[in-house]
Design a protein around this ligand. Structure first.
Ligand code: PMP
Length: 284
C-alpha cells in the first residue's frame, strides 16, 4: 500500500480523494514541487522550500502549514510510512475548494497533497546523452512560478516523445528559454557555461541553481545569458538539468549533432560533481 499525505492526514493513495470543487482541478489554481530524497534525506530541501514559498506568494495562496519545518517533518514521516530510502516526492498545494468562480473566495483553506514515486536513473542516457528538438515557447510570461498549469509543457514533452526525442527546448524571440521539463545549458565556443537567466521566462530550477554553484566553485565561467539557435549549433557541449533527470548530456538538437555528437568533458565533470554533492547531502 502506498501512503500519501492529504490535508493533514496520512491515507492510502489509491483511495485518497479531493473535492471536485478543488480550484486546482477547476482552474489549475495551484503550485507544486518535485523533490528527491536519498537515504531518507531530502536533497536541496531549502532551495525547494524557497521556490515553493515564492510560488505561493506570487499566486497569493495561503500556506497550509505554520512553517516549513513542519513540512519537512511531514515529508520525513511519509517517506518512513512508505518504507522508502531513495525516491522522489510530488507536493501540490492549491488555493482550496469552493464553488466555481474565478474570483478568490474570501474564506478558503488550501488543499495540500504529497505522494512519493520512484524513477530509475537511466544510466544509458547519462552515459550516451539524449536527443532534443526545438519548438516555439507558447507559455505565459510567468514561467518562474511553479504552477500546476502545465498544458504547453505536457504537449511539448509529448511532441518530443512522438518524434523520438527526450526533450523539447523552447525558444522565444529566437532565444532558447528552457526544456518542457528541464533547464537548458550550453558550453559556448569560449568554453563558458551558458544558460538563460532566471527571470520570468523560465522556471528557476533547483538543479540549475545547484549546477551553477558547482560550476563556479570548480572555476568554470558561468554566463546567465540566453543563447540563440545559431549559438546552440556552434556550441561545444550541451546539457539539461532537472531534479528527476539530474544532468543529461545533449548530443543532438533537431537531428543535428552538437559538436562531435558525444557527451562533453565539462558536462561529465559536472555530472560527477553533482553526484558527489547528492552523496554528501545524504551522508548518514
Ligand atoms: N523547467 C521546467 C519547465 C520544469 O518543469 C522543471 C522540472 N520541474 C525544471 C525546469 C527543472 O527544475 P528542477 O531542477 O527544480 O527540477
Amino acid at each position: 500500500m502506498s501512503i500519501c499525505f492529504i490535508n493533514g492526514s496520512f491515507e492510502d493513495k489509491s483511495s485518497a480523494s479531493i473535492s471536485i470543487q478543488d480550484r486546482g482541478f477547476n482552474f489549475s489554481d495551484g503550485v507544486y514541487e518535485v523533490m528527491s530524497f536519498q537515504k531518507n534525506k531530502i536533497i536541496n530541501f531549502d532551495k525547494h522550500i524557497k521556490r515553493l514559498d515564492r510560488s505561493l506568494n506570487s499566486l497569493r495562496i495561503i500556506k497550509p502549514m505554520r512553517n516549513f519545518k513542519s513540512l519537512e517533518l511531514i515529508i520525513k514521516k511519509l517517506i518512513k510510512l512508505n518504507h522508502l530510502r531513495d525516491g522522489f516526492l510530488y507536493l501540490q498545494i492549491t488555493r482550496g475548494s469552493s464553488s466555481r468562480n474565478h474570483l478568490f473566495p474570501s474564506l478558503i483553506n488550501p488543499n495540500i497533497v504529497i505522494f512519493t514515486f520512484s524513477i530509475k536513473l537511466d544510466v544509458k542516457m547519462i552515459k550516451n546523452g539524449v536527443n532534443v528538438m526545438l519548438s516555439d515557447d507558447l507559455r505565459w510570461k510567468r514561467c518562474d512560478i511553479k504552477s500546476i498549469s502545465l498544458l504547453p509543457n505536457v504537449l511539448e514533452k509529448q511532441n518530443a516523445h512522438e518524434n523520438g526525442m527526450y526533450e523539447s527546448w523552447q525558444k522565444r524571440d529566437n532565444l532558447i528559454t528552457e526544456g518542457s521539463t528541464s533547464n537548458a545549458f550550453i558550453v559556448n565556443s569560449k568554453n563558458e557555461i551558458q544558460t538563460h537567466p532566471a527571470n520570468n521566462y523560465i522556471l528557476g530550477g533547483v538543479t540549475r541553481d545547484t549546477v551553477i554553484d558547482l560550476a563556479k566553485n570548480s572555476k568554470f565561467i558561468v554566463k546567465e545569458k540566453a543563447f540563440t539557435k545559431s549559438e546552440l549549433f556552434k556550441c561545444r557541449e550541451a546539457f539539461l538539468t532537472s531534479t528527476t533527470a539530474r544532468i543529461l548530456p545533449v548530443i543532438s538538437v533537431d537531428n543535428k549533432k552538437i559538436f562531435n555528437g558525444k557527451p562533453g568533458e565539462i558536462t561529465k565533470t559536472l555530472i560527477t560533481k553533482y553526484n558527489e554533492l547528492i552523496k554528501s547531502q545524504s551522508h548518514e
